[in-house]
Design a protein around this ligand. Structure first.
Ligand SMILES: [Zn+2]
Ligand SMILES: [Zn+2]
Length: 110
């Protein structure tokens, strides 16, 4: 599968919106996306275990800014000063919360 590419990234009060190059639209609630961070602080490098969960993230956290990292990922500046997180496009696309993607994921689960 080709790497998904975002065409537009918009920060709105209810979350981060991504319009993908294939026309698909994704909305990620800020807190949800913050909790999916895969940096060394949020996931242990030694065990690969997640250290930061949704419950650990402040309820009103939001993305203040974002930038693209190379041609494969986005980096968000979170209001809790966490800036080390990099979200590969493929991960973001997997995290899409729309009904269509949820159904597809549910169908592909063993
Ligand atoms: Zn992190
Ligand atoms: Zn989707």
């Amino acid at each position: 599968m080709d790497m998904p590419q975002p065409r537009e990234v918009t920060l709105l009060p209810d979350g981060v919106h991504i319009l993908w190059a294939d026309g698909h639209g994704s909305t990620y609630p800020h807190r949800y996306l913050r909790a999916q961070c895969c940096c060394a602080t949020c996931i242990s490098e030694t065990t690969g275990r997640r250290l930061v969960f949704l419950a650990d993230v402040t309820a009103d956290v939001e993305a203040l800014d974002w930038m693209s990292v190379g041609r494969y990922a986005l980096q968000f500046l979170w209001s809790d000063a966490h800036t080390t997180g990099i979200y590969p496009f493929t991960l973001l696309r997997q995290l899409c919360q729309c009904d269509q993607c949820r159904k597809e994921r549910a169908a592909s689960q063993p």
